[in-house]
Ligand binder design. Sequence first.
Ligand code: SF4
Length: 365
Amino acid sequence: MVADAALPRLIDQTRDSIRAWLASLGEEAYRAEQIHRGILRLTPISQMSDLPRGLRVSLAEAFTEGYPVPARWIEGEGEGADRFLFTLPDGEAIESVRIGPLEDYTACLSTQVGCGLRCAFCASGKFGLTRNLSVGEIVGQVLALRAQTATATGLEGWPSRLVYMGMGEPFQNYSAVLESIKRLTDPTGPGLGARRITLSTAGMVPEIYRFAEEGLQVGLAVSLHAPNSELRRSLMPIEEIYPLKTLLRACQTYIEKSGRRLTFEYILLKGVNDSPAEAKGLVDLFRNWSLVHINLIRYNPIGLTRLEAPKESDARAFVKRLVDGGLDATLRKSPGRNIDAACGQLRGLEYEKAGVRIQPAAMAP
Ligand code: SF4
């Protein structure tokens, strides 16, 4: 069976769309469940052994699998973060990260190929935006990580937590991202807990308002990186479109509407945003806020900019100023946890520069 790129992709299909296709062939509806189960396991059509041969042939004639192919698996040296590079059917590449122990890991997902927001500290942004990922390409990253983890552990392999903090701005691919959450939290599918999912945005104001109306239990993290508009503009071009004041108003509305805690991400950059003046600026900004957490991280140099990380002791002193000022603030310490703290801290395709070990991908069928 030869894959045809012009065909719709199986990974993008829902149970309903499969059911409709089966109905058009006069096939029984219960087969949709079997096919859906095969998709969740990334089973090649030719190996969907619970389907009759004729139906497998029809499936292969109607769809191409479109499963993300893990081209490489990069084990983080003592970082507790393993990176997966996927090649997509059109030749583009994305990466996902598995953070933490295999039995209780966080999956960090990409939502776009590249990113158009061009934050100064980010590897993904350096290459600009190529395209949005489809729902299947987002969900497929989780399925592939699950398969590899299941092979390694003999367990089911699903992640304990999901963070949309990889390559891309999730809110620029809003519909696909929300649909991917729907599929991943489907109790008759992967059944992941919505409360264990966090979306990270660089500050897309209209989508923050829209997200506040969704009534989801999913967490929201907003990249801040500066306590004032002028400094933020020098780090994040999106500040030109959605200035800090407008962004903070949207964040307050989100907290009021959702009743959920919001996380602000702050990457500490040596000599740029890590002085006592910036710490005071943050305290002044959030003094009267509730349900807000400031998540700080020392910059993880990507080799493409001159930006540097502050010393650990300086970072700790900065955070202490925030805590002493009454803010709820944490400094992420483990390098492997960097991904938890902010998008833009993925290394993009700069694997070799990162000094990590490259292994061939080992996937479950
Ligand atoms: S930090 Fe996030 S929003 Fe900014 S360019 Fe990178 S991926 Fe895009």
